[in-house]
Design a protein around this ligand. Structure first.
Ligand SMILES: Cc1cc2nc3c(=O)[nH]c(=O)nc-3n(C[C@H](O)[C@H](O)[C@H](O)COP(=O)(O)OP(=O)(O)OC[C@H]3O[C@@H](n4cnc5c(N)ncnc54)[C@H](O)[C@@H]3O)c2cc1C
Length: 489
């Protein structure tokens, strides 16, 4: 379904590329990270061209909660432990600057995007110790915050941290303004990048020669070099759009397992959580769980919509912003926002434009993708490795979930069909949609998500609708429909 932001703002439409072109900077991906980077470069006299495979801002950016904050859940204690205090302070400083920059741009350009300053709260109903440790780390990072015992939410909690001077906005209203004068091609799918030749190829056969290339397409589809698939996965969250609750000025995030998030927009409440690694929702009932949870607070709530969306998660909780790989000096990457892409996109736009315009290398920055060689990536391989082969391993075991006949109406599952293992969705009328059971990205076994009626990859988070159409990368291919078996009357 459409997101809240899509329902409030129509973004302009752009033509698709229909010839070979040469550009100075090519940006792959028309989400907030690609758009902010193009905007920053344009302000400094560099023309960047955005290539978007569908419509701009219809993927993760459409479903953001629009919190502009450095309260990125529990992170600063871990950053200090993994990277040291100086680097953790760099993370905090650049994110704080990002919040201020949003405010400045909005003021200077008079952008009506419902921007409001507010406090951000992280709270726990379980273990207060983890919040107290985080609070101490925040003080070391010069973050303006307070430890508190109550907030305006009618919730019982054990402890909370209040982060001052944070913000929220309508991201589509903001984006609509900064899009002006950018060059964008929509429905232009970059199928291949020849990094050495700095050439991009679209699926319609057109060629783009660029001096610089920026991957801002969420999960990069180029596997080698870079190896981002070894150091990232994707995580899904579910949201309800609600009325008849309470107007909330501030923004809230529960740091316990379910990760409940509250964000008010006028008389609407976005309430979400129930996060899980993509491809790991066999049981389903995520929306139902959210409804039951919110009923405890606002029994008279009215649901006007719901949606799920995913984002790239890095092993050490820090995005990858900088050179795509040491092997190529003019190819850049922006990814791994860990569901904090509003401030992180601004940080990325600043870092990448400094690299392009001023020649800074940011090699020692906490955001540098080159930290691949350090402690973080060793952990990543240990943690992500088994996941990367998990789908493949299951394939070798070759155990289908069920049979075609036994699959209930309205359900999906892996079944054996004509001697092959396939993915099947059986609709309410009994028609079966049969697709391959493996992800075209790296051949991992797909998993059925009953809440979304999608095929999700547990390894790297590619997602497909039940007919096999790709919804989320890194796969660049659909699942080829093997057969639609229509129920005989
Ligand atoms: C439920 C949820 C809530 C969130 N809430 C917040 C929040 O409150 N605050 C916050 O800071 N962050 C939040 N985030 C995170 C934030 O929304 C994302 O990090 C951010 O929107 C990602 O932007 P992006 O530009 O990197 O990716 P996207 O918005 O996914 O854009 C990438 C674009 O690249 C295009 N693309 C992909 N492959 C190709 C190709 N081969 N050729 C051409 N185009 C291609 C896609 O079609 C897409 O449009 C949330 C995330 C989720 C999932």
């Amino acid at each position: 379904m459409n997101s809240l932001w899509e329902n409030t703002v129509n973004l302009p439409m752009y033509e698709e590329l229909n010839k070979n072109i040469n550009v100075d900077v090519a940006i792959i991906g028309g989400g907030i990270s690609g758009i902010l980077t193009a905007y920053k470069l344009k302000k400094q006299g560099i023309k960047a061209v955005i290539f978007e495979k569908d419509r701009i801002c219809q993927k993760t950016t459409a479903y953001t909660t629009g919190k502009i904050t450095l309260a990125h859940s529990l992170i600063y204690e871990e950053l200090i432990s993994n990277f040291g205090t100086e680097k953790a302070r760099e993370y905090a400083y650049l994110n704080k600057k990002a919040i201020e920059e949003y405010e400045n741009i909005i003021k200077e350009e008079n952008i009506e995007c419902d921007f409001e300053k507010c406090n951000a709260y992280l709270y726990t109903k379980e273990d207060e110790n983890k919040l107290i440790k985080e609070y101490n780390a925040l003080l070391k990072c010069d973050i303006d915050c307070e430890y508190i015992e109550e907030s305006s939410l009618p919730l019982k909690f054990k402890g909370a941290i209040k982060y001052k001077n944070q913000g929220k906005f309508n991201p589509f209203k903001f984006i609509k303004h900064i899009l002006k004068d950018l060059t964008i091609y929509e429905n232009t799918f970059i199928e291949e990048v020849k990094a050495k030749r700095k050439t991009l190829f679209t699926d319609s056969g057109y060629k783009i020669k660029a001096n610089k290339i920026i991957f801002a397409c969420s999960f990069p589809f180029l596997n080698v070099p870079g190896y981002y698939f070894l150091r990232m996965h994707q995580e899904l969250s579910y949201f309800l759009i609600l009325k008849n609750t309470k107007k909330l000025k501030d923004i809230y995030l529960n740091v316990d397992e379910k990760g409940y998030s509250f964000r008010g927009y006028d008389d609407i409440l976005l309430f979400g959580g129930e996060k899980h690694r993509s491809g790991e929702n066999k049981k389903g009932e995520k929306y139902q769980n959210l409804r039951e949870e919110i009923k405890k607070l606002y029994p008279g709530f009215e649901e006007i919509g719901h949606y799920a969306s995913e984002d790239c998660m890095t092993i050490d909780k820090v995005p990858y912003i900088g050179l795509f790989s040491k092997a190529f000096k003019d190819i850049y990457v922006i990814t791994g926002f860990n569901k904090w892409g509003m401030t992180s996109s601004m940080v990325a736009a600043n870092i990448i434009s400094d690299m392009i315009l001023k020649g800074f290398d940011y090699k020692d920055s906490i955001f540098s993708p080159e930290r691949f060689d350090t402690k973080g990536i060793k952990k990543s391989i240990i943690k992500e490795g088994p996941y990367s082969i998990k789908g493949i391993g299951k394939e070798f075991l070759n155990i289908p979930d069920t049979t075609l006949q036994a699959l209930p109406l309205g359900h999906g599952g892996i079944v054996e069909y004509k001697g092959e293992k396939v993915g099947v969705y059986k609709d309410e009328e009994g028609n079966c949609y049969i697709v391959p059971s493996k992800c075209p990205h790296l051949n991992c076994e797909l998993s059925w998500n009953p809440d979304e009626k999608t095929w999700d990859c547990p390894c790297h988070g590619s997602r497909f609708d039940y007919m096999g159409n790709i919804i989320y990368s890194p796969s660049i291919y659909d699942l080829e429909c093997i057969e639609k078996k229509v129920k005989k009357e």
